[in-house]
Write a protein that binds this ligand. Structure first.
Ligand code: HEM
Ligand code: HEM
Length: 187
């Protein structure tokens, strides 16, 4: 990537925001549907949750492949080493969660003795993950992992947003503008 191209590429920006919005929706929707009484609405919402969740999984693989084959824009030159390290660790953590969280959800439904089929967006039948043991114990374990990963995502997101806002309003650099398509860069 050349020095003048200091914004993320359009494809990276689109994937970042589409995935971010879907993950936030999934967390709110997941908690909501979990607490509903067992009705047909709950069943419908579970199917939508699984559909968007698998979509996030596929988009995250695409995004990771893109990221591994492209350089991101450079961080501000005056950024201290510990902040660079923290940014890198947060980004790697997010990639692990963006893939690990839907995988844990998929393993949960694959382990369930109830054997509920998954049909993405009411159209595409989606298989259970092969090799996952089918038992209530395994289902509960993956459900717990799924929930813990969701909480970790919220924690990381708070840090991530705080860092983005600090860059923009305190450091007054172009880190946030680099992830926004229409905001004019300062430097
Ligand atoms: C990044 C994607 C995903 C996020 C952020 C997410 C988040 C969540 C959250 C926050 C809950 C509520 C947990 C609780 O209160 O116990 C939940 C529940 C659930 N998720 Fe996901 N999920 C994702 C993907 C998936 C996928 C791909 C599947 C299955 C294919 C799935 C299946 C489920 C199921 C079945 C529940 C209900 C568990 C229960 O009621 O005990 N999720 N999810
Ligand atoms: C669950 C939601 C989110 C996830 C999973 C997420 C994930 C990520 C990841 C993985 C990167 C690194 C991109 C790369 O180099 O491959 C990134 C960068 C970035 N994100 Fe997010 N993000 C989320 C929400 C947000 C929000 C709400 C904001 C704004 C307040 C934001 C602002 C940024 C900025 C400014 C960058 C560029 C930072 C840099 O160059 O170091 N993100 N995000």
């Amino acid at each position: 990537m050349s020095a003048s191209q200091e914004r993320y590429a359009t494809i990276a920006i689109i994937l970042h925001w589409v995935i971010a919005l879907m993950i936030i929706g999934q967390i709110a929707g997941g908690i909501y549907m979990h607490n509903l009484p067992a009705t047909s609405l709950k069943f419908e919402l579970y199917q939508w949750h699984k559909s968007f969740g698998i979509t996030i999984l596929l988009l995250s693989f695409a995004r990771l492949a893109w990221r591994l084959s492209h350089k991101p824009p450079p961080l501000p030159a005056n950024m201290p080493d510990w902040e660079r390290l923290a940014a890198r660790a947060t980004h790697i953590g997010f990639y692990v969660l963006m893939i690990g969280m839907p995988l844990a959800g998929w393993m949960m439904v694959s382990a369930s003795p109830k054997d509920v089929p998954t049909v993405l967006f009411d159209v595409i039948p989606w298989p259970h993950l092969p090799g996952v043991p089918r038992s209530e114990g395994a289902e509960d374990l993956f459900a717990e992992i799924h929930k813990i990963l969701a909480f970790m995502t919220v924690g990381l997101l708070v840090l991530h947003i705080a860092a983005a806002l600090k860059h923009h309003f305190v450091n007054k650099d172009d880190v946030l503008a680099g992830m926004l398509p229409l905001v004019k860069k300062r430097g």
